[in-house]
Write a protein that binds this ligand. Structure first.
Ligand code: HEM
Length: 936
């Protein structure tokens, strides 16, 4: 009687969509023509063009026609999460001719389910669900509108109202009891918990469907009029079919071919199911009549859903009456909705024991659990909530379909009905395939690259790109943009294409998988000027020269042997600073300046060792420091020539000119010292020359074994420059940040001081040999480098050839920033990321993953890379760490630090050459130890 209607409505759905497609195509062509005409008129009349619509979200490229389909495995939820870590919290992919958008951040989900809830209140039903819901006549799949509202009201307020559910409790209880009996009978034999739970729930659902009529004396379970066992079987088969992937869903224009036969098979089962429902409905009707004749002895008690819906069908008023298709669709959905809960608690016996304890307490050992107990089972409720969090039965809910083109997170979420698009796509497919083949033949060399898109990113102004929006806090702004465009995006700064990356998995593609390609820099004009044309380690392009310079630097100049040999020089400089602080005890001291002076003195002493005599060294040292300060401020200045290479010759801001002037000044100092050194060495014999060498001596003496190549004067000077620029500002700024955090957290400062008292003793000064034992201070320094990395964007990399990162094309020469600052604060990897908490670096507080790969400075775990990673990792790391730890330990061990009266402490930051404090840290030292010898 009703069967034909239901199945025909599906056909009608496709037919209507085909017609709609054709009409839409015509309309769109007409609309496009009108639009072109308007644009043409607007252009000619001088009217400004409307701004372009926001782009579609980024996403992986798939293959022509099939899209990303061939790359998807069975584990969709995991695959979607992986893609989100590459493309960000909103991304698109084509599955066949369907445009899918995957959203995985609460803020964007809010935009969908709150801000645009009505627009997104539609679904995109698959063919099998359309068949079994009689063309979307149910709550789940019917489009948002009056019909859906009515059905939902009936379902929520009437069908599963508290009263009805309470009335039917007896039936549910019976089914649960039956399952318990089954388990009892099978005691000591293995049981498939999933199947048991599934059976229990489906049994309870079907019981509630039929109500008391299914009890003995009512209608029999088997052989009687309502064959519950058959209904269950059919419901299970339907669920399997709904879960099956179907080509027709991905290519709606091919749906009529039903290539996988899903529609055919679903219809077959729906027919069986329908027959069963029909007879159940007829029996329920007869039953209702019989009951009314008996003057309704049971009242509403145990009237099943079926009986209830039947009444609405027959006697409902305008707001509640439902058609037979709707009635059956409601029943089908009730029987086929997902009904599993993961038994996560089984993997945690301690949690299971707690659940048991609670049950014993609330229910007692001699009773069985009733629904009335549930609200008191607080712990079990928490277990269920946690299970649903970890294993949601629908990991990506039921897909929504916007009824309008909508913007989410700045991207276009797409319009829903793509069946017309599919029609066009099909008709063009042969042509596209031909084009594609042609493209492969013509561009065999870098075919993959050319087919890929550049990463997404914000639009800027013509010519200027994003330049006018850039502020001093580049790292912070880059992080905010990543929240919109994902962990890889592009922006143009003037004529420079920049790509910003801020996820460890993408950084891995740069510093591990393609480290050599990305081992180049994109030096600014100022850095080229100070490094004598890129003749140093930091800016030389990757190649034999850079490898040689870095080898000399790391293996010879900063070898353990050399560093140990110069310990005394560093120690003396540190002691000088201690004396200076002691002499100013009780007075405010600028801690950044103090650290800078200490570090630069340590470094320059290691430069020229004992070459210069006292007065000369003092004079040159002061001159040197002044030149370095000027150089650093020039390096941190944004320069128009860097963004518009065509204007570089004009040097509009004079940065290059000034840089060359300061470099010349420094060069003269270097030349003088080199000359002095050469003269001094002429009088040394071979044995004396072979002893410990200062940096300059290492460089002057160097001869490559195989080639006999020595280091050229510009290379020597450029490397000395690297040590000064790379080593001083970084290390001293970190001392200032660490002291700031410690003063903001006095309890942590106290812990550091107790550790120092314990390890060093209160009658001694700190030596470098103590450093290794200062576990807590190490954690403090690591946490400081996490929150305030000296180079928050590292030194930009630049690929030497076109390459791919995260599925996007990165052209040769792009300036690639790795936003370490954002990764160090990413809540995905760090708990309470903005909190200063050194404990996270102590072994006992690390999670298992981190324990196996301790968070060191060497880039072993890419979520933490304050010194960079890969081939271009900081070359001065061992020296930097030694100086930072020693200076800090000494300041903390020998002095208490207080804020000057009325002063306020803050941690505002700005990005110059390094990430500095906006307001310098000024503090008052008070000697901490009684042994005065330590201070003189
Ligand atoms: C706490 C102190 C320091 C920090 C936080 C630090 C940080 C960094 C960072 C982030 C880089 C860029 C790495 C990359 O692009 O992957 C770098 C490069 C470099 N650093 Fe350091 N640094 C410190 C101390 C030093 C010292 C003391 C020296 C020299 C004695 C030094 C010399 C260099 C050099 C030469 C490079 C360029 C390496 C290359 O391009 O191959 N750094 N540093």
């Amino acid at each position: 009687m009703w069967s034909g209607n239901g199945l025909d409505s599906t056909r009608k759905y496709h037919f209507e969509h085909g017609i709609t497609g054709a009409i839409l195509t015509l309309l769109i062509s007409a609309f496009a023509a009108m639009l072109l005409r308007r644009l043409w008129t607007a252009k000619n009349s001088g009217v400004a063009k409307p701004p372009p619509p926001p782009p579609l979200p980024p996403g992986p490229r798939g293959l022509p026609l099939v899209g990303y389909l061939p790359f998807l495995g069975a584990d969709l939820n995991h695959e979607f999460s992986k893609l989100a870590s590459v493309y960000g919290p909103i991304y698109k992919m084509w599955l066949g001719s369907k445009l899918c958008i995957v959203i995985s951040s609460p803020s964007m989900v809010k935009e969908v389910v709150r801000d645009h809830d009505t627009v997104f209140a539609n679904r995109d039903p698959v063919v099998s669900t359309l068949v079994c819901t009689y063309g979307g006549n149910d709550i789940v799949f019917s489009p948002y509108g009056p019909q859906w509202k009515k059905l939902r009201k009936i379902f929520v307020r009437e069908m599963i109202s508290n009263t009805i559910l309470d009335n039917l409790y007896g039936l549910r209880r019976e089914e649960v009891h039956k399952s318990i009996m089954q388990i009892y009978e099978k005691a000591n034999t293995p049981i498939d918990i999933g199947s048991l739970a599934f059976l229990t729930v489906i049994n309870a659902s079907t019981s509630m469907l039929c109500g008391a009529s299914r009890r003995p004396g009512g209608y029999q379970e088997a052989g009687g009029a309502i064959d519950i066992a058959e209904i269950r079987k059919a419901a299970t088969q339907l669920m399997e079919l709904i879960g099956k992937s179907n080509i027709s869903d991905l290519f709606p224009s091919l749906a009529w071919l039903d290539l996988r036969g899903v529609e055919r098979e679903t219809k077959k089962i729906v027919r069986v199911f329908e027959k069963l429902l029909d007879s159940a409905i007829q029996q329920a009707a007869r039953n209702a009549k019989a009951e009314s004749n008996k003057d309704n002895i049971n009242g509403d008690e145990e009237r099943g859903f079926l009986q209830f819906l039947l009444e609405l069908h027959e006697n409902g008023d305008e707001s509640t009456s439902i058609s037979m298709d709707q009635l059956k669709a409601l029943l089908t959905v009730e029987l086929t909705r997902p009904q599993q809960l993961w038994n996560g608690q089984w993997q945690h016996p301690e949690i299971m024991n707690k659940v048991k304890e609670e049950l014993t307490q609330v229910v007692g050992l001699n009773n069985i659990v009733e629904e009335s107990h549930l609200s008191q089972l607080i712990y079990l409720n928490a277990v269920i909530k946690e299970t649903l969090r970890l294993h949601p039965p629908l990991p990506f809910l039921l897909p929504r379909l916007p009824s309008l083109t909508t913007t989410i997170g700045g991207d276009l979420a797409g319009e829903h009905n793509f069946s017309w698009l599919a029609a066009i796509a099909l008709s063009c497919s042969a042509f596209l395939a031909l084009l594609w083949l042609l493209k492969i033949r013509l561009r065999r060399h870098d075919q993959t690259h050319r087919m890929l898109e550049l990463p997404p990113g914000p639009k800027g102004f013509p010519l200027l790109g994003y330049l006018p929006y850039l502020g001093p806090d580049l790292h912070r702004m880059f992080m905010e943009l990543a929240q919109v465009y994902g962990p890889i995006y592009k922006l143009s700064i003037g004529r420079r294409l920049c790509v910003i990356i801020s996820s460890p998995s993408l950084v891995e593609q740069v510093v591990r998988h393609q480290d050599i390609v990305f081992a180049n820099r994109n030096p600014s004009i100022a850095s080229l000027a100070f490094s004598f044309g890129g003749n140093d380690i930091a800016f030389a392009p990757y190649g034999p020269q850079w490898r040689l310079l870095r080898k000399i630097f790391v293996r010879e100049m900063l070898s353990n042997e050399n560093l140990n040999a110069f310990y005394e020089l560093r120690r003396n400089e540190l002691k000088k600073s201690v004396r200076h602080v002691y002499g100013n005890a009780g007075k405010p001291i600028n801690l950044g300046e103090l650290a800078f002076l200490t570090v630069i003195n340590m470094i320059t002493r290691m430069f020229w060792g004992g070459t210069l005599d006292g007065e000369e060294e003092k004079r040159l040292g002061a001159e040197f420091r002044a030149a370095v300060s000027q150089l650093v401020s020039l390096l941190g200045k944004p320069n128009v020539s860097d963004f518009f290479p065509v204007l570089a010759g004009l040097d509009i801001q004079g940065v290059e000119r000034n840089m060359k002037k300061v470099s010349k000044w420094l060069e003269r100092i270097f030349d003088f010292v080199i000359d002095q050194k050469r003269k001094a060495r002429q009088v040394l014999d071979a044995k004396e020359k072979a002893g410990a060498k200062d940096f300059l001596e290492v460089l002057l003496d160097y001869k490559e074994q195989d080639t006999g190549r020595s280091i050229s004067p510009p290379e020597i000077k450029a490397m000395l420059m690297d040590i000064v620029i790379g080593g001083t500002d970084t290390t001293s700024t970190m001392v200032e940040w660490a002291m700031t955090e410690l003063m903001l957290h006095p309890d942590i400062m106290r812990k550091c001081q107790s550790e120092l008292s314990e390890v060093v003793g209160n009658d001694k000064g700190v030596e470098e040999s103590h450093i290794i034992k200062l576990t807590y201070l190490h954690a403090v320094v690591k946490e400081t480098l996490r929150l305030h990395p000296a180079a928050p964007l590292l030194l930009p990399r630049s690929p030497s050839k076109p390459c791919i990162v995260g599925g996007y094309a990165i052209p040769k020469g792009t300036k690639v920033f790795l936003n370490v600052w954002a990764m160090h604060r990413d809540p995905l990897f760090w708990e309470d990321p903005t909190e200063f908490n050194p404990k996270r670096f102590l072994k006992e507080d690390n999670d298992q993953d981190d324990q196996s790969k301790m968070l060191d400075y060497f880039g072993n775990n890419l979520k933490y890379i304050p010194f960079g990673a890969g081939r271009r990792i900081c070359a001065g790391l061992p020296l930097g760490e030694k100086m930072l730890m020693h200076v800090l330990a000494m300041l903390l061990h020998l002095f208490e630090w207080e804020l000057p009266r009325g002063a306020k402490l803050d941690s505002a930051e700005k990005l110059g050459v390094v990430l500095e404090k906006v307001n310098p840290l000024v503090a008052v030292p008070v000697p901490r130890l009684s042994n005065l010898e330590l201070y003189i």
